[in-house]
Design a protein around this ligand. Structure first.
Ligand SMILES: [Zn+2]
Length: 364
C-alpha cells in the first residue's frame, strides 16, 4: 500500500476504521457500572484495583461453589484473529459495547508489536496516527481475548475480561461448552469487598515459570505465593516441585499442564522411589493442599481411586471418588446432569458397601 497517499482506497478504508474507533473511544463506560443498576442479584462490581487498572470485586459475601457470573462472549473471532476480522466483529456490536471495548486496556508492547510487524513507518504524520489507532485497537483485543476451550476460536467478554490474576485465585473461569457461557465460580469463600481473581498462568507451575508466562501481560506478580521471602511461598514452591516429580512417576504431567516444565534450580526435593499407584495417591494429596481447583485434576483423583480399588482399600478409594464429585458439584452445581452422573457413581459405591457390610466413611 502506498502509505504516502492518503487518498488511496486502502488508506481511505483505514481512515474510516480509525474514525469508528475514535467515536467509540469518546465515551467512557464500563459494563459493570451499567449492570449494577437494578440488579439486586449481582454479587460483584467493577472498579479500580490499585496498580492493576480495573478489577472485579465482591459486593456481598460469596460462598465457595457459587456462580459469580455467566457471561456470553461479546465478540467471537473464528480461526486466525487478524485485525480485519476483529474489526468486523467489533462493528457487529452495539455502539455501547464498542465504547466499553475502547475503554479496555491494551499493552504498550503489544501495540509496538503490531506496529513493527504490520506497518512500515512513513514520513506522513496523518498516516502514522491512523496506524497507531489501529495498533491500539488490536492491542486491546490481544490483551483481553481468550481462547475458547472447545475450538480455540478467540472470544472476548466485556465484563469478565476485567478479572485480574492471582497465582492462588479465589475463582476459576471456564467455558461451558453446552451453554456457550463463560462461567466464573468461586473456589474459595470470598468476603464482600475482596477482589475476585482467576489465574492467567498454568496453575501448578513454580514461581519462576509463572513469572515467565505472566510477562506476556507485562506485569510481575507479587501475590503471597510469589513473595518468596515468606514461609508460605516457600512451602508452595517445594510442593510444586514434589507435584512435578510425582506427576512424572504416574504420567500426569500433561493432565496437570506441567508437561515440559521441569522445575529449575533451588529447593530440590528428593523423593523416594515409588510405584505409580503410590505416586498418584501422594500427588492427589498434594493437589488438595494447593486449594486451587481445576477440572482436569479429576483425572488424577480418578487414577488414585482406581489404584486403591484394585488394592481393595475401599475407604481410601471412596475419598478420591468423593473428591471427583466435589469438583463436579463446584463446576456444574448439584442439579446439573453432568454432576448427576458422578453422583450416581458415588451412590452405587455406597450401596455396594452397605450391601456387603463394609464400613463406609472417609478415613485419613
Ligand atoms: Zn503470584
Amino acid at each position: 500500500m502506498d502509505q504516502n497517499d492518503m487518498n488511496s482506497p486502502q488508506m481511505k478504508e483505514l481512515v474510516a476504521i480509525a474514525e469508528v474507533l475514535d467515536e467509540a473511544a469518546k465515551y467512557s463506560i464500563t459494563l459493570g457500572e451499567e449492570g449494577m443498576r437494578g440488579s439486586s442479584e449481582k454479587t460483584y462490581e467493577i472498579k479500580d484495583s490499585p496498580g492493576r487498572g480495573k478489577g472485579v470485586f465482591a459486593t456481598k459475601d460469596i460462598l465457595r461453589g457459587s456462580l459469580v457470573v455467566a457471561e456470553k462472549p461479546h465478540m467471537v473471532v473464528k480461526g486466525i484473529d487478524d485485525i480485519g476480522k476483529v474489526f468486523g466483529e467489533f462493528q457487529n456490536m452495539p455502539f455501547k459495547n464498542q465504547a466499553i471495548f475502547m475503554s479496555l486496556q491494551g499493552l504498550p508492547e503489544h501495540k509496538a508489536g503490531v506496529l513493527s510487524q504490520a506497518i512500515t513507518p512513513t514520513s506522513r504524520e496523518d498516516a502514522n496516527a491512523v496506524f497507531a489507532k489501529l495498533a491500539e485497537f488490536f492491542a486491546i483485543w490481544a490483551n483481553n481475548r481468550l481462547p475458547r476451550a472447545n475450538d480455540m476460536d478467540k472470544v472476548l467478554h466485556l465484563e469478565m475480561c476485567r478479572m485480574n490474576h492471582a497465582c492462588l485465585p479465589n475463582a476459576l473461569y471456564y467455558n461451558d461448552i453446552e451453554s456457550g457461557l463463560f462461567k466464573v465460580i468461586a473456589v474459595k469463600d470470598i468476603a464482600a469487598g475482596e477482589e475476585i481473581t482467576r489465574t492467567y498462568s498454568f496453575p501448578l507451575l513454580t514461581r519462576e515459570q509463572r513469572q515467565v508466562q505472566l510477562a506476556w501481560w507485562e506485569f510481575v506478580c507479587a501475590c503471597p505465593a510469589c513473595d518468596i521471602s515468606t514461609q508460605f511461598a516457600r512451602e508452595v514452591e517445594i510442593r510444586r516441585r514434589s507435584i512435578y516429580q510425582l506427576a512424572v512417576l504416574c504420567n500426569q504431567t500433561v493432565n496437570l499442564k506441567i508437561n515440559g516444565f521441569p522445575p529449575k534450580g533451588g529447593l530440590p526435593v528428593e523423593l523416594p522411589e515409588m510405584r505409580a499407584s503410590e505416586a498418584a495417591i501422594k500427588l492427589s494429596e498434594l493437589l488438595l493442599l494447593e486449594n486451587v481447583v481445576d477440572i482436569h485434576w479429576k483425572k488424577t483423583y480418578k487414577l488414585a481411586y482406581e489404584f486403591l480399588m484394585r488394592e481393595k482399600q475401599w475407604n481410601e478409594a471412596y475419598k478420591w471418588l468423593n473428591e471427583q464429585n466435589e469438583i463436579d458439584i463446584l463446576l456444574w452445581g448439584k442439579d446439573d446432569p453432568r454432576q448427576a452422573r458422578s453422583q450416581e457413581l458415588l451412590e452405587s459405591f455406597q450401596t455396594f458397601f452397605f450391601k456387603n457390610g463394609g464400613k463406609l466413611g472417609v478415613s485419613g
